[in-house]
Design a protein around this ligand. Structure first.
Ligand code: ZN
Ligand code: ZN
Length: 292
């Protein structure tokens, strides 16, 4: 499997939208890996992890093709992770993919090319957010899309792909967000954002797998107090220790942070060497990791 980071920032982005604090200013001045869009990732060419307002722009700038997506795993319905409006742009009137460029011109459609069918996977909050924009009875109307409800602890099986949803601690209710364990080609990736931790029942599920790659949120970096539904450095270190001490991370497997906020995590230039001392990597937008 190959995982591509399309965004590695938290909700406010990095630099923060309206902020000019020392971290935000550093990011603006130095650019490069210090700039982070809202978090989103893609596995191989066909599996998207979240869909926010920024991932299409990042993909275009970095020449990454999102059009072959067949699966969209949505972690939760916060808008830095899921913007259903972007699925509206999939609609194609019948036959529009067979029109000549001249015949296309008078037709008001957002899409003129065939796409593979997209299975959108998420919990009932994600479903409600999606249905507020695309009602179920309109889904067949050229969206090439369907919704599959995900439940923590209930695996989903597709050809050559197995997905285990895990309840995370994040958001306004106990069941608000899911993390995903993705198995393909004999390799396993855990995509763990957003989360502030797991219940014992979920830890038992996490223990059933051996991971080639763990991507975990690190929103609140060097803040000391427990940030509840997010991770700080202390909790990241404890999680990395848990996975390593129980041999759940395969030898050579990487533990890598994403979903980083400018108001608690230093800019990439500074945070990356800090975390390297703990054998933890820090992701950046455009980073690709191949596990094989
Ligand atoms: Zn988030
Ligand atoms: Zn969130």
């Amino acid at each position: 499997m190959r995982l591509t980071f399309l965004g590695t920032g938290a909700g406010e982005g990095y630099p923060g939208r309206w902020c000019d604090c020392h971290h935000c200013r550093y990011a603006r001045q130095h650019g490069g890996k210090n700039i982070r869009m809202n978090s989103c990732a893609m596995i191989d060419d066909d599996l998207l992890l979240d869909l926010n307002g920024e991932c299409f722009a990042t993909a275009a700038w970095k020449s990454i093709d999102l059009l072959q997506a067949r699966y969209l795993l949505v972690t939760h319905a916060h808008e830095d992770h899921f913007v259903p409006q972007h699925l509206i742009w999939r609609r194609m009137p019948e036959g529009a993919d067979r029109l000549t460029p001249d015949a296309m011109r008078p037709i008001a459609a957002p899409r003129f090319t065939p796409l593979p069918h997209l299975t959108v996977i998420g919990n009932h909050y994600v479903e409600a957010a999606l249905r507020a924009r695309i009602p179920a009875d309109q889904e067949a109307d050229g969206y090439a899309m369907s919704f599959q409800t995900a439940q923590a602890g209930v695996p989903l099986e597709y050809p050559g792909l197995r997905i285990m949803p895990v309840q995370s601690r994040h958001g306004s209710s106990d069941d608000f967000a899911l993390n995903y364990i993705i198995e393909r080609g004999g390799k396993t990736i855990l995509y763990a954002l957003d989360t502030g931790g797991y219940t014992d029942a979920m830890i038992d599920i996490l223990r059933r797998f051996r991971y080639d790659l763990i991507v975990m949120e690190g929103t609140r970096g060097d803040v000391d107090a427990d940030p509840g539904g997010h991770m700080n450095m202390k909790k990241n270190l404890a999680m990395a220790k848990f996975f390593r001490s129980e041999h759940l991370l395969v030898p050579g497997g990487r533990f890598i942070l994403s979903h980083l906020s400018p108001h608690w995590t230093p800019p990439h230039d500074k945070y990356e060497p800090m975390m390297r001392e703990h054998q933890i990597d820090v992701a950046y937008d455009g980073l690709q990791i191949t596990v094989n």
